[in-house]
Design a protein around this ligand. Structure first.
Ligand code: UDP
Length: 237
């Protein structure tokens, strides 16, 4: 079967790197993410990945720690870089060539983000892992995903979550929560849904980039999405 998308931007949350333990890195989780990526890479899909950092640090923890918000956000961006390097290592062990590009320069460990270079890597079949978010405090890695997707001209953002799509309320708390098969971004914003932050959705709306929210812990789901199967929730017009 032919993939529906030629170039994608995959957003992986930090929590997916730690699994049940909720903190740090779990090798089984990283392996499973890498295997899924390799599977769609083998179909010839060009893949950009934005990684989160919530398994180590989130800027909003700044209050509890008494750390300045901007400093805390930089700490969060550094956390995403740890995940990026872990994913890079696992993918390369599987024979997938990768590059990490960071939104904050860290030349000894990765390339800085250079849009045209990122596109060239993708064209050459390298998986490009974008670390350190947008490089700016007060943003999230969801917004970094929306930004990088627009910059590299990805056809779609695939946002993986713990649940299998967007619900009208948290399905882990409310058993009667209802799932949306599709939802327009403006509706998503009006309802103040929480699956992604509003900045990310609004950026995608302006740039007409659809987002598919799906559960990647179900093995093979990433490939199903790529092949055009109805998985998760489609946010788009
Ligand atoms: N962050 C930031 N600017 C960005 C992206 C991320 O300041 O452009 C910081 C922010 O503090 C955030 C942390 O990095 O809490 C980790 O990212 P995020 O919470 O989005 O990770 P996820 O929830 O996907 O694991």
């Amino acid at each position: 079967m032919e993939p529906k998308y030629k170039r994608i931007l995959l957003k992986i949350s930090g929590e997916s790197f730690s699994g049940e333990q909720g903190f740090g890195l779990n090798p089984d989780c990283i392996r499973s993410i890498a295997e899924d990526i390799k599977e769609v890479h083998d179909l010839g899909v060009e893949i950009g990945v934005v990684v989160g950092g919530g398994n180590f640090f989130r800027g909003r923890e700044s209050k509890i720690l008494g750390i300045d918000r901007v400093t805390a956000d930089y700490m969060g961006m550094l956390a995403t870089t740890i995940n990026a390097l872990a994913l890079q290592d696992m993918l390369e062990k599987m024979g997938v060539i990768t590059r990490v590009q960071t939104g904050i320069e860290m030349r000894q460990i990765a390339e800085p983000f250079i849009r045209r270079r990122a596109i060239r890597h993708l064209e050459k079949g390298r998986v490009v892992i974008f670390a350190a978010g947008t490089g700016n405090p007060f943003f999230s890695t969801d917004t970094a995903a929306a930004l990088r997707a627009a910059e590299i001209k990805a056809e779609v953002i695939l946002k993986e979550t713990k649940v299998d799509g967007v619900y009208n309320k948290d399905p882990l708390k409310y058993p009667d929560a209802e799932k949306f098969e599709t939802i327009e971004p403006i509706e998503f914003l009006k309802l103040r849904l929480q699956a992604l932050d509003a900045t990310a959705v609004s950026l995608c709306m302006d740039n007409k980039i659809p987002i598919i929210v799906f559960n990647m812990s179900v093995r093979g789901n990433l490939k199903r999405v790529i092949l055009g199967e109805k998985v998760g929730t489609y946010i788009g017009d």
